[in-house]
Design a protein around this ligand. Structure first.
Ligand code: C2E
Ligand code: MG
Ligand code: MG
Length: 731
C-alpha cells in the first residue's frame, strides 16, 4: 500500500495538458483494440491495447498513469519548474504554456489535415487505376469472346463460354460493339446491357472523333448517381468495343477500401502526432520557462550588482505590505545615497566607480540577515527594507549598521577611499500604507539629509511640499517678499593666502509669524516653482544695494555676492535691473558679484553662457556655486566667463582626516586653478581644515570657522576684531 501511495504520489501533480493527452491515448487504444479487431487480427494484441487504453483513461481520471510515465511525455517537469518560480513569474509562465498548448493543438490539426488529404488522394488514385485495369481486362475478354464467336457462332452457348460470359456480367455494367458513328453493330452481347436507358445514354455520349484505332480510350459517365468508367478498345478498322464498369473511386467504395488502413495508420499517426508534439512541448516549455525566468530576472535585477532593481522594488513592497498583517510592527524603507559618487566616476573612471558599487552591494549583502531586501534604486542609491517595531529602534540600528558597513575604508586601486552615505527613511504603516508613497517619502527624507548635511533623516511632514505647513508658507511667501518680511544676513569670505577680508555673500532669511525660521533652501525652491523667484532676487538685489551704500557711507567697500536661481537666467527684467543697478552706479564697480549654482548653469548651458556674457560686459564677477554637486561638463566650464569656483561645503566638511576625501578636494582646487579661477572653499568650520586648504593652495574660504552668516552691523564688528584686515577693504 505504501509503495502504491508513493507511486501515485509521484504523479499527483499532473497538469491539465497531461490529463488531456492521457485521455486521447486511452481512447485511441480502445478504438484500435475494439473497432479494428479484424484488421489487427491478433486477439491478444487487441486485448492488450484495450487494457492499455482503459488504464490510461482511469489514470487520467485519477491523475495517475504509470504507462504514461514510461512514454516520458509527462509535463510534470514543467509543473515543477512552475512551482519553483515566484508568484510573479507564474502568470507569465502560465501564459506562455497556454500559448504552447494552443500551438501544439494547431499543429496536430494541421498534421491530421495534411495526412487525410494525402491519404484520400492516394486511395482515389489507387481506386482509379484499379477501375481502369478492370475495364481494360473486361474489354479484352469481350474482344476474345467476340472473336471466338465470330469464328464459331455456336460457341456462345457452350458451357465454358457462358461461364466466362456470366463472370464478366457480374463485373461490368455494359459491353457493346459499335462503330465510330455510335451505332451498335453487334447484338451478341445484348445480355450485358442490363439497363436499356444506359445503352442509349452510353451511345449518345460517345464522341466518335475521339476514338483512336490504336489505344484504349477512357471516359467517365454519371448514371443514376453512380460513376461509370468507360474503356473503349479498337477491334477492327471501324469497330470498337466499349465496356462500362462501376467506378470504385466514384462510388463510395473508396471508404470501404480505406477503413482498415485509416483505422490503423490514421490512429497511429494521430497518436504519434500527439506524442511528438507533447514531447516537443515538454522540451520547449522547459526552455521557454527557463528563458521566461531569465527574462523576468533580468528585468527585475541590476546586472552590475545582482541586486533587485527599481522594478523589483515595486514587487517587494507589494508583497511586504500584503504580508504585514501587524499594523503596529511594520517595516522601514531606507534609502542610502553615496555622497559624491559621481566624482569617483569623474576623477577615477567608470571602471573603478563600478567596482565601488559592487563593493557596496556586497557589503550590504553581507549584513542581509538584518533586513528583508536590498535593492539598487539608481546609480548610487540603494534601498533597504527592514523590519521595524513601533518605536522604530530597529530601523535606526539597521541604518547605523549600513553606514558603518559602507563607510569602512576601501582601497580602490592605489587610492584609499572612504565612502560617505546619507540616509532617508520612511515607515510603514505610520507614514504611508502604499509602496510608491513610502519610497517618495523616504526620498524626501533623503533630500533633507543631503541638504542639511545630516547622516540620517526620517520623513517629516514639515519637509514635504504637500503638507499643510508647506501650503501655508507657500501662500505667505508672496506677501513676505512684498511686505519686506524677509531680511538679509551676510557671510564673510576671506583670502587665506593673503589674510584679507574679500567680501560677503548675501543670504536671505525669513521668520514666519507661526512657523518661525524657514530655511532659504525651502523657500527659494518654492519661489522657483511658484514664479516668485524673480521678485525674490530683485528684493535681494535692492536690499543688498541699500546695504552696500550704507557700508560705503561708513567707509567700507565690501563686495557683496548675490545668489541667482537658474530660473532667473531667463528673466529679461532681472538682467535689466542688474544692468541698471550697475550702470547707474548704485553698486560701485566690482562691489556686486553673482553666484550661480553648478546645476543652474548646466541645466541650460547655452542660455547660461549668453547671460553670463552680458554680466561679463558689465564687469560683474561670476562665481560657480556649490561646485561638485552638479553635473559639470568641463568643456562648457572652460567657455564660461567665470572668475570664482566655490567648492561645495560637503567636500570641505569632515576633511580633517588626512585621507578622507583629501584626494578629491585637492584635485578640485587644481582643476579650478587650471580653469583660471580663484577657488573658494565653503563650509570651513575649524582651523585644521583651514590650514589644510591653505596648504593645498585654496584662495578663499567661507564658513562658520571664519564667521557665521550675520546681520550687516555685526559684519563690521567682526571685521574690525578679526585677523583679516588688509588693504582690500580700506575706505
Ligand atoms: P549657498 O549659496 O551655498 O550658501 C551657503 C550656505 O552654507 C548658507 O546656508 C550658509 O549658511 C551655509 N554655510 C556657510 N558656512 C557654513 C559652515 O561652515 N557650515 C555649515 N554647515 N553651513 C555653512 P543658507 O543660508 O541656509 O543657504 C542655503 C542656500 O540657500 C544657499 O546656498 C543658496 O543656494 C540658497 N540661498 C540663500 N539665500 C538665497 C538668495 O537670496 N537667493 C537665492 N537664489 N538662493 C539663496
Ligand atoms: Mg551661494
Ligand atoms: Mg554654496
Amino acid at each position: 500500500m505504501q509503495v502504491l501511495k508513493m507511486f501515485l504520489g509521484k504523479y499527483r501533480n499532473m497538469g491539465s495538458v497531461d490529463r488531456l493527452i492521457r485521455i486521447a491515448l486511452g481512447l485511441t487504444c480502445i478504438a484500435i483494440g475494439i473497432l479494428a479487431s479484424d484488421v489487427i487480427g491478433v486477439p491478444l494484441l487487441n486485448l492488450l491495447l484495450v487494457i492499455f487504453g482503459v488504464v490510461n483513461l482511469i489514470s487520467s481520471a485519477a491523475s495517475v498513469c504509470p504507462a504514461y510515465a514510461v512514454c516520458d511525455i509527462s509535463t510534470v517537469e514543467s509543473e515543477r519548474l512552475i512551482s519553483e518560480t515566484d508568484d510573479g513569474d507564474m502568470s507569465v509562465i502560465r501564459k506562455i504554456q497556454n500559448k504552447i498548448v494552443m500551438f501544439a493543438a494547431a499543429i496536430v490539426v494541421i498534421v491530421l489535415g495534411i495526412f487525410s488529404i494525402v491519404l484520400f488522394h492516394g486511395a482515389h488514385d489507387l481506386a482509379m487505376s484499379e477501375d481502369s485495369l478492370r475495364g481494360e481486362a473486361a474489354a479484352l475478354l469481350a474482344i476474345e469472346l467476340h472473336k471466338q464467336n465470330s469464328r464459331d457462332p455456336g460457341r456462345l452457348s457452350t458451357a465454358s463460354t457462358l461461364e466466362s460470359y456470366a463472370e464478366m456480367a457480374k463485373e461490368v455494367d455494359l459491353v457493346i460493339f459499335h462503330d465510330r458513328n455510335s451505332q451498335k453493330i453487334d447484338s451478341s452481347f445484348q445480355l450485358l446491357g442490363k439497363d436499356p436507358a444506359l445503352v442509349e445514354e452510353f451511345l449518345a455520349s460517345i464522341d466518335g472523333s475521339e476514338l483512336s484505332t490504336g489505344e484504349i480510350e477512357r471516359d467517365m459517365l454519371m448514371h443514376n448517381g453512380k460513376g461509370l468508367l468507360r474503356s473503349s478498345l479498337p477491334v477492327s478498322d471501324n469497330t470498337w468495343v466499349s465496356v462500362m464498369i462501376t467506378s470504385d473511386s466514384h462510388s463510395g467504395s473508396i471508404s470501404k477500401l480505406l477503413v482498415p488502413k485509416l483505422l490503423i495508420v490514421g490512429l497511429s499517426v494521430l497518436w504519434l502526432a500527439i506524442w511528438g508534439v507533447t514531447y516537443g512541448l515538454k522540451k520547449y516549455s522547459k526552455q521557454t520557462i527557463k528563458a521566461a525566468r531569465e527574462l523576468q530576472y533580468r528585468s527585475t535585477h541590476d546586472p552590475l550588482t545582482g541586486l533587485q532593481n527599481r522594478i523589483g522594488l515595486d514587487e517587494v513592497l507589494h508583497k511586504r505590505i500584503a504580508e504585514t498583517d501587524d499594523m503596529k510592527n511594520g517595516f522601514a524603507v531606507i534609502l542610502v545615497d553615496l555622497v559624491r559618487f559621481r566624482y569617483v566616476n569623474d576623477t577615477l573612471g567608470y571602471e573603478l566607480g563600478d567596482q565601488l558599487l559592487v563593493e557596496v552591494a556586497d557589503r550590504l549583502k553581507s549584513i542581509s540577515s538584518e533586513f528583508y531586501s536590498v535593492i539598487r534604486m539608481s546609480s548610487d542609491v540603494f534601498c533597504v527594507i527592514c523590519p521595524c517595531e513601533h518605536d522604530r529602534a530597529n530601523a535606526c540600528r539597521v541604518a547605523n549598521k549600513i553606514q558603518d558597513c559602507i563607510e569602512a575604508q576601501k582601497q580602490l586601486g592605489d587610492i584609499p577611499l572612504n565612502m560617505q552615505t546619507r540616509i532617508g527613511m520612511s515607515f510603514f504603516p505610520f507614514d504611508s500604507k502604499t509602496g510608491p508613497e513610502l519610497v517618495r517619502l523616504a526620498d524626501i527624507a533623503l533630500s533633507q539629509a543631503k541638504k542639511n548635511n545630516t547622516r540620517i533623516s526620517y520623513y517629516q511632514a514639515a519637509n514635504d511640499s504637500h503638507s499643510v505647513r508647506q501650503l501655508t508658507l507657500l501662500a505667505g511667501l508672496r506677501s513676505a517678499i512684498e511686505e519686506d518680511e524677509l531680511t538679509l544676513v551676510y557671510q564673510p569670505k576671506v583670502d587665506i593666502q593673503a589674510g584679507t577680508f574679500v567680501g560677503v555673500e548675501a543670504l536671505a532669511r525669513w521668520t514666519h509669524p507661526t512657523y518661525g525660521f524657514v530655511s532659504p533652501m525651502e523657500f527659494v525652491s518654492w519661489a522657483e516653482k511658484s514664479g516668485l523667484i524673480d521678485k525674490l532676487t530683485m528684493w535681494v538685489l535692492r536690499s543688498a544695494e541699500t546695504q552696500s551704500r550704507l557700508w560705503k557711507e561708513a567707509g567700507f567697500h565690501i563686495p557683496i555676492a548675490i545668489n541667482l536661481s537658474p530660473v532667473n537666467l531667463s528673466s529679461e527684467a532681472l538682467t535689466h535691473l542688474i544692468e541698471e543697478l550697475v550702470k547707474e552706479g548704485d553698486f560701485d564697480r566690482g562691489l556686486l558679484e553673482l553666484e550661480l549654482t553648478e546645476n543652474a548653469v548646466m541645466e541650460d548651458p547655452v542660455k547660461a553662457l549668453q547671460t553670463m556674457e552680458k554680466f561679463q560686459q558689465l564687469d560683474i564677477p561670476i562665481a560657480i556655486d556649490d561646485f561638485g554637486t552638479g553635473l559639470s561638463s568641463f568643456t562648457y566650464l572652460r567657455r564660461f566667463p567665470v572668475s570664482n569656483l566655490k567648492i561645495d561645503r560637503s567636500f570641505v566638511m569632515d576633511t580633517e582626516n588626512e585621507d578622507r576625501d583629501a584626494v578629491l578636494l585637492r584635485s578640485m582646487i587644481e582643476l579650478g586653478h587650471n580653469l583660471g579661477c580663484v577657488v573658494t572653499a565653503e563650509g570651513v568650520e575649524d582651523a585644521v581644515v583651514l590650514d589644510m586648504l591653505k596648504q593645498y593652495g585654496c584662495n578663499y574660504v567661507q564658513g562658520y570657522g571664519v564667521c557665521k552668516p550675520a546681520p550687516a552691523q555685526e559684519i563690521i564688528e567682526w571685521y574690525l576684531s578679526s585677523d583679516y584686515q588688509g588693504q582690500r577693504l580700506a575706505a
